[in-house]
Design a binder for this molecule. Structure first.
Ligand SMILES: CSCCC(=O)C(=O)COP(=O)(O)O
Ligand SMILES: [Zn+2]
Length: 212
């Protein structure tokens, strides 16, 4: 595939990011201007299409997208040079690089952030059918979703992500902030995010009720 990213290709990626963002916003997982999404356009050198910073993610248009490099920095000659990439593009790029993800979604959904308060060393999920939605066994796997402290420094956050990275667990909770979930493409990343939210909500509620 050519190294050059065409305008049409970027518009397609932007339209897909806008559609997914609207869907997450409809779930209440991108309140205010929170959350950001990315999709890989090239692997070598890495290029991601990432949502523009500071926008209402429920109202994105196909052009509200920025191409970033392996460090999450905007590459030259953007169609919309007035737009900044997501402030968290650096972590998207690190996840894409380390996990080989084709798409990364970051949402400010409550349950994982609450769970990180309860279990700051990692949120353990076990014996639940929905684990299959993360590509894991329903009964045989004990899945620990890593928790890292929040930071505005994406390099530091990326280092903490790499420290706890398990290729079999496609999610990372950032305490007092939100969750990152990834997959081969946007649809898989969304399915995983939805399953993770269910799993964590169940685990928190069951723990509060004294069942686990
Ligand atoms: C009120 S949201 C604060 C920033 C944030 O955490 C986020 O997810 C959105 O940042 P972006 O730069 O992608 O708009
Ligand atoms: Zn965020």
């Amino acid at each position: 595939m050519s190294e050059t990213i065409t305008g049409a290709e970027l518009e397609r990626a932007g339209a897909a990011l806008a559609a997914e963002s609207a869907r997450f916003a409809g779930l209440g997982w991108m309140r205010g201007t929170s959350g950001n999404l990315s999709v890989a356009l090239r692997s070598d050198p890495l290029r991601l299409a990432v949502t523009a910073s500071g926008r209402d993610k429920g109202l994105l248009r196909a052009e509200d997208v920025v191409v970033v490099d392996a460090d999450g920095a905007a590459v030259p000659d953007q169609p919309r040079p007035d737009q900044r990439p997501s402030a968290e593009a650096g972590l998207h790029a690190r996840i894409a690089r380390v996990a080989g993800a084709g798409a990364v979604v970051h949402v400010h959904v409550l349950a994982p952030v609450l769970a990180a308060e309860r279990w700051p060393g990692g949120v353990v999920l076990r014996d639940l059918e929905m684990l299959k939605g993360l590509g894991r066994g329903a009964h045989d796997d004990v899945v620990t979703v890593p928790v890292v402290a929040n930071s505005q420094d994406m390099t530091w956050l990326g280092d903490r992500f790499e420290d706890g990275f398990d290729p079999a667990t496609p999610a990372l909770i950032v305490a007092r902030h939100g969750v990152y979930v990834w997959g081969d493409d946007l649809e898989q990343a969304r399915h995983r995010a939805e399953c993770l939210e269910w799993l964590v909500s169940f685990t928190l509620a069951a723990n509060q009720a004294g069942h686990i």
